[in-house]
Design a protein around this ligand. Structure first.
Ligand code: IMO
Ligand code: MG
Length: 399
């Protein structure tokens, strides 16, 4: 099989893990290229159920090599916890099949403190609703050229100097602005050094690993996290995550040329969900939304938060197709809608008295009105259907 990128085309939680899992049978390498443990994938292989946040979903398939690229932000403590869970389940997580780029930035204890302190301080309406995992502050330090990289774990003096420099600034924020305790350099250093010996053996040059893989005729799957409308540039800014979630970042975030990305598969749910704050024009804030949430089991894997639920938004999907260069799409959770007589979808938007096919820019989104149409439902259980022809006509029309 050729090389494949998997991305979510809504606001995350589209079921990406399931497709990585399905395709993992046919590929040799699985690479994560952005995000961190803000992601959450539940995968079940051979009766083993695992909630993965950082380790690529391919790890549960014997013989697959899993790589964490330079574009990821890695919490070393969480990584080691995930390793231990997997080891407890009898999964092979040895350094020859689970590798981390030396260039990957580390989420430090102070990033997590800052993420939560900031969110607490923001007024309602301004809160982002982050996962509190330190993702944003870690990417800030990376772009600000003061971040800690995985390779620094092997140089304790450099690591300590970086922590001291970071805390010089961050402790001022903690005490003077947020009214919380300062962190001690030694405590942070000790916490990170305690897990360093578990991480160092996994460090490698991911870009060269991939080149070698291709020289041997192997195929690679790039596993995206979050969704396109959470992209730092293209999403509903500022209610977004702090990385580029678009398919193009699969190249930059793992150190390969864009010509290596053969197929781009966009994963979407049959309806829409979102966790955290931010615009969501087709959201249902009523009993209909509650029914959709319980029918679809829409509760977060990472934070346990109930997901906001609403109807399918075609302009959102149209924009995603353009931003990613989608070659394929995969639809999940169609069976969840089987109870419905009619299924509303947002076909386009009305803005200033005019209809548009485009998803409106965030600044004018509050003034835009979704133009809804309703598709007939199919009212029968389709969860066992395995072939397109066996789907009821109404379900095929909806797709
Ligand atoms: P997967 O990979 C859904 C959301 C958060 C918040 C915003 C910013 O499981 O689809 P962050 O902690 O990243 O700074 O939070 O992004 N968010 C996700 N929503 N699925 C995810 O990942 C998400 N990762 C982050 O809820 O609104
Ligand atoms: Mg998730």
């Amino acid at each position: 099989m050729s090389n494949v990128v998997i991305v979510g085309v809504q606001w995350g939680d589209e079921g990406k893990g399931k497709f990585v899992d399905l395709l993992a049978q046919e590929i040799d390498y699985v690479v994560r290229f952005q995000g961190g443990n803000n992601a959450g994938h539940t995968v079940i292989v051979d009766g083993k159920k695992a909630a993965l946040h950082l380790v690529p979903s391919g790890i549960l398939h014997e013989g697959k090599i899993c790589l964490i690229g330079n574009g990821v932000v890695l919490d070393p403590v969480v990584f080691v916890e995930e390793l231990d869970t997997l080891i407890g389940q009898g999964v092979d997580v040895s350094p020859n099949r689970l590798k981390i780029s030396s260039k990957t930035h580390l989420i430090m204890p102070y990033h997590k403190v800052l993420d939560k302190a900031r969110e607490n301080k923001l007024e309602k309406g301004q809160k982002i609703g982050t996962t509190g995992r330190g993702i944003g502050p870690c990417y800030e330090d990376k772009v600000g050229r003061v971040g800690v990289r995985a390779s620094d774990l092997a140089d304790p003096d450099l690591l300590k100097a970086k922590i001291a420099a970071a805390l010089k600034e961050k402790n001022v924020l903690f005490t003077a602005l947020y009214g919380i305790d300062a962190l001690a350099v030694d405590a942070v250093f000790d916490e990170v050094m305690a897990v360093a010996p578990r991480i160092i053996p996994h460090l490698t040059d991911v870009s060269s690993e991939l080149e070698q893989a291709w020289n041997e005729g192997k195929s690679v799957l790039f596993e995206g996290a979050q969704g396109i409308h959470l992209d730092i540039d293209h999403g509903t800014y500022p209610f977004v995550t702090s990385s580029n979630t678009v398919s193009g970042n699969a190249a930059a975030g793992s150190g390969v040329g864009p010509n290596k990305l053969d197929r781009i598969i966009g994963i979407l749910k049959a309806y829409t969900t979102r966790v955290g704050e931010g615009p969501f024009p087709t959201e249902l804030n009523d009993a209909t939304g509650e029914l959709l949430r319980t029918s679809g089991g829409e509760f977060g894997v990472t934070t346990g938060r109930p997901r906001r639920c609403g109807w399918q938004d075609i302009p959102v999907l149209r924009e995603s197709a353009r931003l990613n260069g989608l070659t394929d799409v995969a639809l999940t959770k169609l069976d969840v809608l089987s109870y419905m007589d009619e299924i509303p979808i947002c076909a386009r938007y009305e803005l200033n008295g005019q209809e548009t096919d485009a998803f409106p820019f965030p600044a004018v989104l509050p003034d835009a009105k979704p133009v809804m149409t309703a598709m007939p439902g199919w009212k029968c259980d389709i969860s066992g259907v395995r072939k397109w022809e066996d789907l009821p006509e109404a379900a095929r029309n909806y797709v």
